[in-house]
Design a protein. Sequence first.
Length: 133
Amino acid sequence: MLNLEALEQIEELLSELRECSAQGVPILVEGADDERTMRELGMEGRIFRISGSGKTLLNFLEGLTDFKQIIILTDFDRAGNKLAKFCAEHLKRLGVEPVVEFRGKLKAILHKDVKDIEGLARFLRGQRIALKR
């Protein structure tokens, strides 16, 4: 259970994320459910899914070199950490600035409450309801 301050911090981060997305900075997520969650949370810009591209991860990342920056929002578990690190390192080598701050801040606030991006919207709805009581 989050306290009101933590929920407000998450809302502020999501607002900043929506703004970046609206300004054309794409978001990189793991799969279709993650993309759906991002849309539910108000992200209107480009969202790229790692899974289902039909390419190797390196080839997929090479296809993103038209962007100056890319926000990396992989899951908060061990596999998501590894994937975020791999993507950030390779995007940097390709001349794209990986933006990992949103993921890091969300992970720090959410601790063990949410392990994946797809569960974020549902969790936040529940927290909002619980805090209104």
